[in-house]
Structures are given as C-alpha cells and as structure tokens.
Design a protein around this ligand. Structure first.
Ligand code: KG4
Ligand code: ZN
Length: 344
C-alpha cells in the first residue's frame, strides 16, 4: 500500500459509512474540512416496517454504493482517485453485519485497486469525532455521551485513540426508547424527531413519569421501564376515553424524564472524573430538549455537533480514520466487519 506522502493539511481521506440504514461517503481534506459529501438515507424504505430490515439495508447499500461514489467524485472534482486520495477509512463495526459487509468489502476493493492505505474505524469513535471535526477547541481529556438508536454510553476520552467506558445502558438505547414510544403513539419511524417536535408544544409537567436510574449513584442508563410507564399511561388514557388525546403533553413528559436521566448521568460523570468538558454525539444529540438542558449544566463546557453530524455520516468516520492514521495506526486488506465491535 502507498504510504503517506502528502502534507497533513492537504491529505485526502475517503470516508465510508454503511453500518445501518445510511450510505454515507465523504472526502475530507486534512482533519476537518469536508471537501465533498453524499448521504443516501433509507428511512423511507424501512418506515413502513417500523424499523430497519437488515437484509433490505444491505441490498440498498450495495445498489447505491457505486453511483454514490461517482457523485462524490463529481462533487469533489476527483479525476484520478489513486493519485488524489491518500487514505480510505471505513466503518468496521458495530452495526448490522450485512450492512457493514458492503462498506468494508467495497473499501477493500477500492484500496486494492488504487493501491491506497485502508483503515477500519469503530462507528462509536466516529460519533466522538463528529465534535472534534466540527470544533477545533475540543481537545482531550473530555467526556463523550454517545446517544443514538443503538447506543447510550458515556466515554472518557483521555487522548485520541484511548477510550474508557464509564457507563452504558442496561437495556434499550435512548433513541430506541424514542422510536418505541413513537410507535406506541402511531407517529411513524424513526420517531425521535417527531416526539421531539410534539414535546416542544406540550406541557412536560402533565404526567409524572419515572426518571430512569434517577436515584442511583452509578453511571448507568435504563430506558425500558420508562417506555413501559409510557405504555401504561397511553392505555389508561385510552381507557378513560380522554379526548383529544394529550399527545403533545405525553411526549413532553416522556422527553422530560429521558433528558433528565441523560443530563443527570452527565453531571455524575463530570463530578466523578472532575472533567467539565463534555461532548455529545449520535442521533439523539439532535434532540432540542436535550441540547437545551445540557447547555444549562453549571460549570460544564458543552460541545454539540450541528444536526447533520449528529446522525450517521461519513465525515465523522473519515475524521476518526485520519486522526488514527496520523497517530501511526495502520491497517491491512485483511480487514473484516465486526458487528459487535467495542470501543477501547
Ligand atoms: O446515530 P443514528 O443516526 O444511528 C445510530 O447509530 O443509531 O441515530 C438514530 C437515532 C434514532 O433512534 C432516532 O429516532 C434518534 O436517533 N433521533 C432523535 C432525534 N433525531 C434522531 N431522537 C430524539 N430526538 C431527536 N431530535
Ligand atoms: Zn450511529
């Protein structure tokens, strides 16, 4: 494989993300400048089923990968990829096996064909780099809350490449709870943004719902109890025949409890580690209620990515790959997808 010859500022990384239901490709210049980017979301195809259908996701990634790559090169004005690209960074895991396979195998083919270095990137490290990419002031050590459809975790980022898991969810991820509550309320998939929207118009004090792990001094999350409490409340309200159904109030009360749990554990992690710099990433980092409450944490230096960098994208994968490569990480064509990959 070709070794680094370009200077770090003009170094060009091709990022590839296919871990779930978004096919994302990006050309990153240096560690922060997005030269071109394309994203194909499959949300509409999965929506009628109320969730991601893994087999459908991999087929769609495979169908769209090459046309999307051509579009990326058109936008980035890449004429000779073998000469103009310096590194390929691809999501290795965690994620859906079939979906990851498409990205990893495509990346291997391109790396071999163009004789380029290849690095596998942990999707969660990618989410952490969404903030690094966006804001040059963010430097380790910092805490990172990753909140998405598959993850709810707080990491201590001691330095780039060194991640300590401080706590995680014991059952559902926060985004999963949002999606399930939305499903109970027949709001469609993915429900997170819809619940967020309705919550902004409701009264968060209308219903008293439990704050998950609210009384525990452990950095841990649990959202299945809250989800069940919402289900019981919906059933009770329907039985009582309350009309109109207090949809906004219920969403606002759910959001209040979910956000209180997330921000409470961020406060706890800040206290335990004495680190006040906190970055938040993942799809749920787009939540307006969460963003608002986080900025109210006293003594906190909070970093939130722009909305496009919260949900899955390839720029964050390219940024994590670039950073790893500059730290001396090297990969090989033996790379294989790792659906259960952990971040260490
Ligand atoms: O990071 P992401 O795109 O994919 C995973 O890696 O899971 O996150 C998607 C999740 C979905 O569960 C979606 O409902 C949730 O993020 N989400 C939100 C909001 N926007 C996306 N949840 C709450 N409020 C939002 N505004
Ligand atoms: Zn993600």
């Amino acid at each position: 494989m070709r070794e680094l010859i370009r200077d770090p500022e003009s170094f060009c990384t091709l990022g590839i993300e296919t871990s779930c239901d978004e096919t994302g490709l990006c050309l990153l210049r240096g560690g922060r400048e997005i030269r071109a980017e394309v994203l194909a979301s499959q949300i509409e195809e999965h929506a009628p089923y109320g969730g991601v259908i893994p087999e459908m996701a991999s087929r769609r990634h495979q169908e769209i990968f090459l046309p999307l790559l051509q579009e990326l090169f058109r936008r980035g004005d890449i004429r000779n990829p073998a000469e103009e690209i310096d590194l390929i960074a691809v999501t290795q895991g965690p994620g859906l096996m079939g979906a990851l396979l498409v990205g990893v195998m495509s990346a291997k083919g391109l790396a071999q064909g163009w004789n380029l270095p290849l690095l596998g990137v942990n999707h969660l490290e990618g989410h952490i780099f969404a903030n690094v990419l966006h804001d040059p002031r963010l430097e380790p050590p910092f805490l990172n809350l990753v909140v998405s459809g598959g993850h709810t975790e707080i990491y201590l980022v001691r330095e780039y490449g060194s991640y300590e898991l401080l706590g995680r969810t014991r059952d559902d991820a926060a985004g999963e709870a949002y999606d399930k509550v939305a499903k109970m309320l027949h709001l469609g998939y993915p429900g997170g943004p819809k619940v967020d929207d309705l919550a902004s118009r409701g009264n968060p004090e209308a219903f008293d719902l439990p704050v998950p792990m609210g009384n525990s001094s452990e950095i841990a999350f649990s959202f299945s109890g809250l989800k069940t409490a919402v289900l019981w409340k919906i059933e009770a309200l329907r039985k009582e025949g309350i009309s109109p159904f207090p949809l906004e109030d219920l969403c606002a009360s759910f959001q209040k409890a979910a956000v209180a749990s997330l921000t409470g554990k961020v406060r706890l992690a800040m206290k335990q580690t004495r680190i006040s710099r906190v970055a938040v990433s993942g799809g749920v980092a787009a939540n307006r209620g969460l963003r608002q409450r986080l900025t109210e944490i006293r003594g906190g230096e909070i970093y939130l990515p722009p909305l496009a960098l919260c949900t899955d994208n390839a720029a964050m994968i390219a940024a994590a790959g670039y950073n790893g490569y500059m730290r001396g990480r090297r990969g090989s064509l033996d790379l294989s997808p790792d659906p259960g990959m952990v971040l260490e």
